[in-house]
Design a protein around this ligand. Sequence first.
Ligand code: PMT
Length: 333
Amino acid sequence: MSTVTQPTVFSAEEYFRTQPAPATLDQDAAKVRAFVATQKKAGRPVVLVTSGGTTVPLERNVVRFLDNFSAGTRGATSAEYFLQAGYAVIFMHRQFSLQPFSRHFSHSTNPFLEFLEIGPSNPMSPIEPGGSDDGETVKVLPSMRRELLTVLRLYHEVQRAGTMLTLSFVTVDDYLFLLRAVAQEMEPLGRSAMFYLAAAVSDFYLPTQKMAEHKIQSGKGSLQIEMDQVPKILKPLRDHWTPEGFIVSFKLETDPQLLIPKARQALERYDHKLVIGNDLNRRKFEVVFVEKDSTSKTGYKESWVTLPEGKHEIEEEMIKKLVEMHKEYMNQG
Ligand code: PMT
């Protein structure tokens, strides 16, 4: 079966008018409203971290979809450093992608079953009741206790303080509707709101009106699908939804030569605060912060952030720098 349609470039407004909103949107918006009110009262800055890739379904009863590359490492790791820096975090992530804290024990790189062992339970011990009937219980391997304890302490601290709200999306429609709703709810925060858009968002999609209802059948030769362009969402975000928010977008390229020109182009188009450029293969060791700078000959300033010797997460350096920049921005206001 082949599907050939006319490509359309919708404005953001038209897009939101014609595409279906996710069923949980109002509930999610209400959660964000309550969270923002609490954090505002406590005087905490709030950052929205988007993380993971969006999907584009090819059928309404979806069997097949296109996906964007992202494990969610950048977003989940950054969220932890924002929390450590005193921010409240709205963590908006692709369902089942990595999340803050649990990411340390991901099922593929550090499976939790590998560091548990079965041992005899001790009914006399106040910390070890609840074993099975045959006198056995679960214990953490001594070699893993320190690491688990460190992460668990931080996680419980965040739970107690109520400084993280988690929301999830799957499709690009979910993502865009949720981003708009969250940004509008964060608007009262003014300059103390930061937007850290690390999610990998599809550039093309199939509007529901052009989607096959049922599974696309094979057997009729090649499949041709013409997709429409997703409206650029940074523009309404900056101009209407959060005019005062500190907006940081990402630029992912595979050709290092394109990184800085594309980042500058995004700043020119959207006039937001910062673009963080990353090369697919070097993104864990170096990134470049690109901002407008009227004192420079080019009109832009680039600063590279690299992973220091002995450290293993570049996000620690990135967030340190961002927190400083955001502080300065808030003070100017
Ligand atoms: O999760 P990891 O595996 O650790 O990988 C992290 C990452 C490489 C995915 C991350 O660091 C990153 O670069 N994320 C952005 C990738 C991306 O989608 O770039 P883009 O060129 O499609 O979009 C650039 C910016 O424009 C994004 O910040 C996005 O918010 C914005 N955008 C995108 C599409 C769209 N329709 N409207 C937008 O405004």
